[in-house]
Design a protein around this ligand. Structure first.
Ligand code: ADP
Length: 473
């Protein structure tokens, strides 16, 4: 191949490349345009044909378009350069246009968001000058009266939020929450901030209503507390008066009662002369009624003292077995009169910390009931068992027993169990109430287990150490 033919081949390739670039140039290229593009395409195509013909001629095949040969050889270099340059420039411009479009769409989206949000958004500087405000912000600013929403002060105070700024006056007054976010300042210009305004009128009004309600409630509670304190004071006063009355009355009642019982006993012993059988019978009835009445007076006084808190506990450490044994022995006489065997059993000698007199009162009452409700020939057993924490004192009898449905109510005041087949023994129906009150004061438990016609077991469980926080009521 000759040098000319090689040059032609290179020219052909160069023009072919130029034609390819021009063909690929977008029609909307701002630098080229549709007409220029197709003109260029035509020119480069001509040069392609010319260089092809030259190539054929120099290759010895044939000779066409000789007349264009010189032009083609001179012009192809700048033409190719120009075509490539145009192509690159066009692509850059198209890319810039696309980026610009994307930014514009983004801006439109942001603008729409800012305009449609129910929140007021504005940009202001430290002098209070507003450089941007959406519709909501403009409405809020338009409502503000002089002195309200000082934008310069808001910008100057940095990002300090304000929870409820009043805007407008009278019935139309609304409240906005204000939050400002500082913007980086323009060199030499005043500081600026984005200020967000949120209408919080509904929340503020409901908060105010809740606060009013709370204050009203507090006032009502204060007033009610005062009334209760006054009522309590009056009750305390009444209770004190009742105590004084009971103490006085019981003294006034007990004194003549003791003398009635005492003189009746003197008469019954025949110290004032012999008595007829009928007189003995009737005097015995007087003595029995007098004793019942005395017992009732004592019980009522005990209960009222316990309930009113006038009976403080007095704690001591005692040998519970020794103490209970002495108590049982003191009741032997009644057991003998009732023809009931009174048995006592205790293993060990546990010591406990309690109020001994009050515990005695409970156990004495249980033994007395057991003896009272056990027929002659029966047996009452007082037994003590202990573990590390507690001592259990049980009083069991082989007496008449108590039906299950009555076992709870006998701990209520004046409750006694009536049995049609039996005469009701003397009593006040207050003994077990007193026992339960005393047990509560001592931190003890009091339980019952009973089977009619077989007998009953009452058990007092005493903690070995007095639970100090329990103060008697
Ligand atoms: P009182 O013995 O003065 O009637 P209590 O409160 O001590 O009062 O007893 C209430 C009632 O409980 C008695 O009337 C009796 O019906 C019944 N009760 C108490 N202890 C026994 C017992 N060991 N066996 C059978 N019944 C009993």
């Amino acid at each position: 191949m000759t040098l000319d033919a090689i040059a032609d081949l290179v020219a052909l390739l160069a023009f072919g490349l130029a034609a390819y670039f021009v063909l690929r140039t977008p029609n909307d290229s701002p630098a080229v345009g549709r007409q220029v593009k197709y003109t260029l395409l035509a020119v480069t195509s001509v040069y392609v044909i010319v260089s092809a013909s030259n190539l054929l001629e120099h290759a010895g095949v044939t000779s066409f378009f000789d007349v264009y040969e010189d032009y083609a050889e001179v012009l192809w270099v700048p033409l190719v350069v120009w075509a490539i340059y145009t192509r690159i420039g066009a692509e850059q411009l198209v890319a810039a246009r696309r980026a610009e479009d994307a930014i514009r769409r983004e801006h439109e989206l942001l603008t729409r968001i800012v305009e449609t949000t129910p929140t007021g958004i504005l940009v202001a500087d430290t002098n209070g000058a507003v450089s941007f405000a959406n519709d909501v912000a403009e409405r809020i600013l338009g409502r503000a009266t002089p002195g309200q929403l000082d934008l310069g002060a808001i910008v100057r105070s940095g990002s300090l939020p304000r929870a409820r700024e009043p805007v407008g006056q009278g019935e139309d007054m609304r409240f906005v929450a204000v939050r400002s976010t500082p913007l980086s300042a323009d060199p030499g210009g005043p500081d600026r901030a984005v200020i967000v305004l949120v209408d919080v009128t509904d929340r503020v009004r409901s908060d105010d209503r809740a606060e009013e309600y709370r204050q009203g409630l507090e006032r009502a509670i204060d007033q009610r507390t005062g009334e209760l304190l006054e009522a309590n004071r009056q009750l305390q006063h009444a209770s004190d008066a009742k105590q004084q009355f009971l103490a006085k009355m019981s003294h006034e009642l007990r004194t003549p009662l003791n003398s009635i019982i005492g003189f009746t006993e003197i008469l019954l012993k025949g110290l004032s002369g012999p008595l007829a059988e009928e007189q003995v019978r009737q005097l015995s009835m007087v003595r029995g009624s007098g004793q019942n009445l005395l017992e009732l007076v004592n019980d009522v006084l005990d209960i009222s003292r316990l309930e009113a808190g006038y009976s403080p506990v007095s704690i001591a450490t005692i040998d519970v077995c020794a103490r209970t044994k002495a108590l049982v022995e003191s009741m032997d006489g009644i057991a003998t009169v009732n023809e009931v065997e009174l048995v006592y059993a205790c293993d060990g000698a546990p010591t406990i910390e309690t109020d001994p007199d009050k515990l005695d009162q409970v156990v004495r009452n249980l033994i007395s009931n057991a003896l009272k409700f056990t027929d002659p020939g029966g047996r009452v057993t007082v037994s003590i068992a202990s573990d590390d924490d507690c001592v259990a004192i049980s009083v069991s009898d082989t007496g008449i027993g108590i039906a299950e449905e009555d076992q709870e109510r006998i701990f209520e005041a004046f409750q006694q169990v009536d049995r049609p087949d039996r005469i009701r023994p003397a009593g006040t129906g207050l003994g077990l109430v007193i026992c339960r009150e005393l047990c509560g004061a001592l931190g003890c438990g009091l339980t019952i287990s009973s089977v009619p016609d077989e007998g009953s077991v009452f058990t007092v469980t005493v903690p070995r150490q007095f639970p100090g926080h329990l103060v008697i009521l």
